[in-house]
Design a protein. Structure first.
Lengths: 188, 206
């Protein structure tokens, strides 16, 4: 199988389980280890070249992009693509109030890869003080979608409510009871 | 009155003493007439006088005068002694009275001075007490004013920070109770709302 070029081959796509630059780095290191292992097998002149067990991330990437890791050219190209993405892919940083589950991250990644960029990478942080929602940081901008920010924007409303509670109620003018009621009370 | 009596007695004694002196001088005085007939006559007179006032007679006169003088001196000395005693007693009384009155006056003045000093001290203490009361009143008002200002400032600070406190409390209270999966829809809605801005930043980012 000839190596895929940028003109002929479809764009390199990442599986949803590959989230951030850390995953890319891990796959690159895994590919290097795989190269070394296959080179050693070749030097030992083993009868049957056996592919070592790879990680789930790498398996998904290979399957998605149709690479054959037994071929050195594919491995090389995959490594180049991963390195290229590691250096130049658009990266977002999102902070949540708690540690998100993999399924949650996958859903977020699906939306981001679909709506923002198919090669987008994501770094995830944790800020318990935001309460709920998230804080998104791009290269130059900062988007605060947290409950804390929402509360801060509604601070004036809370101040008005507090002022209404703490302000003493106006003293009502004494109203004379109806004459009939007074008459009934006297009789009782 | 006693002083005048004393002066009178002393003058009387001085006059008596002068009279005796004059008599003695007259009796013992010499004669200086010319030795003429007059002198002869004088000599005769002198002889007669000497005959009459001979040495014995003179001596007797002298004795009588001496005795009389001594008697007068003694009487006057007695009078003088009596007067001196009287004067001394009167002087003692006078001195007693004067000293007593002076001491009484001085004591009265001293007592008056003490009373004045006491009055001044009391007035000064009263003024000081009034000043202290006034200062205490002013200080109380100042402290009250400071307390009110501090209270107002605290209330204002409390009201200003109350929202932060409530926010912090609500976030701490419910932050862990909201599941991230429940937030997914809202997070995606927020991302969708800001999608264009994110895309532009990624497209034009460094």
């Amino acid at each position: 199988m000839a190596p895929k070029t940028a003109a002929t081959a479809p764009a390199f796509s990442l599986p949803l389980s590959v989230v951030g630059p850390v995953d890319l780095g891990r796959m690159i290191r895994e590919l290097e280890a795989l190269d070394n292992e296959l080179l050693q097998q070749e030097l030992r002149k083993d009868q049957q070249v056996k592919l070592p067990k790879t990680s789930h991330l790498l398996d998904q990437t290979i399957e998605l992009n149709k690479y054959d890791l037994l071929k050195e050219a594919d491995r090389k190209e995959l490594k180049q693509q991963l390195a290229h993405l590691h250096d130049s892919a658009p990266t977002l940083h999102i902070s949540f109030s708690a540690d998100p589950s993999p399924l949650f991250i996958e859903k977020i990644m699906a939306w981001l890869r679909k709506e923002i960029s198919p090669q987008l990478l994501l770094t995830i942080g944790e800020q318990p003080n935001i309460g709920a929602g998230c804080v998104v940081r791009t290269t130059n901008k900062y988007f605060d979608f947290s409950l804390r920010d929402h509360f801060m924007k509604q601070k004036v409303l809370l101040m008005e409510s507090l002022s209404g509670v703490t302000r003493p109620a106006p003293v009502a003018a004494p109203v004379a009871p109806p004459a009939a009621a007074v008459h009934q009370k006297v009789q009782a | 009155m006693t002083i005048w009596w004393l002066v009178l007695i002393l003058a009387f004694l001085a006059a008596a003493f002068g009279g005796f002196i004059w008599i003695i001088l007259r009796l013992g005085g010499g004669s200086g007439k010319p030795k003429s007939e007059i002198e002869t006559m004088e000599g005769a007179v002198k002889n007669d006088v000497e005959h009459i006032f001979n040495e014995d007679f003179r001596e007797e006169l002298r004795n009588r005068g001496r005795l009389h003088f001594e008697k007068i001196i003694g009487e006057n000395a007695m009078f003088l002694q009596q007067d001196l005693r009287l004067t001394t007693s009167q002087l003692n009384e006078y001195m007693k009275t004067e000293i007593t009155s002076k001491l009484r006056e001085e004591f009265e003045k001293y007592e008056q001075s003490i009373m004045d000093a006491k009055q001044l001290a009391v007035e000064s203490i009263q003024k000081t007490n009034a000043a202290i009361d006034e200062q205490r009143e002013i200080l109380g008002q100042e402290v009250q004013k400071e307390i009110m200002a501090e209270k107002k400032q605290l209330v204002q600070r409390f009201e200003q920070n109350m929202t932060d406190i409530i926010n912090h409390y609500v976030l701490a209270a419910i932050g862990n109770q909201i599941d991230l999966n429940d937030q997914l829809e809202y997070i995606l809605a927020d991302l969708e709302a800001n999608k264009q801005a994110i895309l532009e930043d990624i497209a034009h980012g460094a």
